[in-house]
Design a protein around this ligand. Structure first.
Ligand code: GLC
Ligand code: MG
Length: 554
């Protein structure tokens, strides 16, 4: 007998919901689970110590059996690798390190044969400084491609056109001796920003999208979407009053004029129109902005990004109260027709296990895979991979190298996938491009496949349950009022109701709701022994315990 009060969903509304739900078909990117592969680090097939496309093909069965439905590949295109592929010199090719176009076509075929989707990284904000477009643009002030990039005169005293800073340290303006002008780069000087106000640039990049869509690619993750258009007057950015010395120099200013300009939405809309000319293709936007701003990237009429990446879980303090309020705020801010999504890790952020610890990482996995909205899993998180300390003389990431002492290198979260206890963790027979941790011998896919208590089993069970249950992959989200350290919510579809309870601390606690009674069975637990147990009205949770309770119907 469940007696919900307060936020109870009245029976007739639920019935309407069920009707609407069955009428409304959810698309693959709404129902599914995205898995991010960092290609350099997934699987090496030609033993050069660097992962590649044939390597990924070898591991597709693993991803399929885990229940992954879509793969997002970080850049695989020709690149001088100043920013490990985010500096592209040919948008329609494959870097020989990763393989050939034939390898790519085979990968796409193999992914599709397994009923999965493939999402590519699109980096439209900037090219490599070695891209033919930039070489031409740079060749003279009268070059037909001069206006494809952002060139400006020096100020009368020779200094940069304005105070804008690069994300990877220093000024965002680089002086070109030859043509006596500065060009703008939001990241490295090897990554000049394109001028998206130029219609030729727009058309060229939309054609890049068409090239891959024609091949059958299912979508794009668009790099730094909120950077694509800058203030037309190039006004100085205001000083950030909250800047602290230990922060990256970029944080000294508020990027009010260099990012998130109103005109960016016209661009995103035109990209969406390209996608909409095909069937069921999708676009994710990489956007680091507060919730209200993030929401604008769905577009006023949902005609912009399908999924503006939601990075709340990446930055938030691991605290039940804060999480609950942010989740509810995000849910409440979604525009009509806007589909939610959640991210726990990526190639730019410290791994979840290193942020919250091994035990809480299990709770985090349960959170990621039971919230409403498409989850994105970062490779290796499903086996609890940790950030691997990289000695200073082995650091490769430009963000780390350019700003030493600030601990900003992203190498630790980009280390090779730990497949087995063998040489180089089964990643390569040669020394990998980044080192492996000693503990890979214990922590790897093969070892965890046998381990009922391992992270991989938890992920695999969570994915299975989520994909089996409409309540979990498309159902409603209803917050449940809990006291810290507990986080709780309901997922509902028709008559099926799941109550998710997560203890965000190492200390035990009780869930004793004031306003309702409940009865159910634990369908999934971070402590597997407790699965199948019946619960009623009150539940005890050990430290670091999370559970998904299937509620009994009245
Ligand atoms: C995005 C990528 C990051 C890259 C940057 C510049 O934030 O995720 O890895 O360094 O863009 O392209
Ligand atoms: Mg290789």
């Amino acid at each position: 007998m469940i007696l919900f009060t307060g936020y109870t969903i009245p029976r007739h509304e639920t019935d309407n919901m069920t009707m609407k739900e069955t009428q409304h078909k959810h698309l693959w990117w709404q129902e599914g689970i995205i898995y991010q592969i960092y290609p350099r680090s997934f699987q090496d097939s030609d033993n050069d110590g660097i992962g590649d496309l044939p390597g990924i093909i070898q591991r597709l069965d693993y991803l399929q059996s885990l229940g992954i439905t879509a793969i997002w590949l970080s850049p695989i295109f020709p690149s001088p690798m100043a920013d490990f592929g985010y500096d592209i010199s040919d948008y329609c090719g494959i870097h020989p390190l990763f393989g050939s176009m034939e390898d790519f076509d085979e990968l796409l075929r193999e992914v599709h044969e397994r009923g999965m989707k493939l999402i590519l990284d699109l980096v439209p904000n900037h090219t490599s400084s070695e891209h033919p477009w930039f070489l031409e643009s740079k060749s003279s002030r009268t070059s037909p491609k001069r206006d494809w990039y952002i060139w400006k005169d020096a100020q009368p005293d020779g200094s940069a056109p304005n105070n804008w800073l690069a994300m990877f340290g220093g000024s965002a303006w680089e002086w070109d001796e030859e043509t006596q002008q500065y060009y703008y780069h939001a990241f490295l000087k090897e990554q000049p920003d394109l001028n998206w106000r130029n219609p030729e640039v727009q058309e060229a990049m939309l054609n890049v999208m068409r090239f891959w869509l024609d091949k059958g690619v299912d979508g794009f993750r668009v790099d730094v979407m909120w950077h694509m258009i800058k203030d037309s007057q190039f006004r100085d950015n205001p000083v950030n009053p909250n800047y602290r010395e230990h922060q990256a120099t970029y944080e000294r200013l508020i990027p009010a004029y260099s990012t998130d300009q109103p005109e960016v939405h016209d661009i995103v809309r035109s990209m969406r129109q390209v996608l909409d000319a095909y069937d069921e293709r999708m676009m994710i936007g990489e956007i680091y902005l507060p919730i209200d701003k993030l929401m604008t990237y769905y577009g006023t009429d949902s005609k912009e990004a399908h999924l503006p990446f939601n990075f709340l879980l990446l930055s938030i303090d691991w605290d039940a109260g804060k999480l609950a309020s942010e989740i509810n705020q995000y849910e409440g801010a979604l525009p009509a027709g806007g589909w939610p999504n959640w991210v726990l890790g990526n190639h730019d952020q410290p791994r979840i296990t290193s942020r919250v610890g091994q035990s809480q990482a299990r709770v985090a996995a349960m959170l990621l895979l039971t919230l409403r909205g498409t989850p994105t899993i970062y490779y290796g998180d499903e086996i609890g991979m940790r950030d691997v300390p990289i000695p200073p003389d082995e650091v490769q990431d430009p963000q780390g190298l350019n700003m030493p002492g600030l601990n900003l290198s992203r190498d630790p979260q980009r280390t090779p996938m730990q497949w087995n206890a063998g040489e180089n963790a089964g990643f390569s027979t040669e020394r990998p491009w980044l080192r492996l941790p000693d503990f890979y011998k214990r922590q790897n896919v093969e070892a965890q496949q046998e381990d009922e208590f391992g992270m991989l089993t938890l992920y695999s069970k969570l994915i299975r349950l989520r994909q089996q249950e409409p309540a979990l992959h498309v159902g409603e989200y209803k917050p449940v009022v809990t006291k810290s350290p507990l986080l709780g919510y309901l997922r509902v579809s028709g008559d099926t109701r799941f109550l998710v309870l997560l203890n965000l601390s190492h200390k035990p606690c009780y869930f004793t709701p004031d306003h309702f009674t409940f009865e159910g069975t634990i369908a999934l637990n971070t402590i597997p022994e407790r699965e199948g147990t019946s619960v009623k009205d009150q539940v005890y949770l050990s430290g670091d315990e999370g559970m998904v309770i299937r509620l009994k119907n009245s």
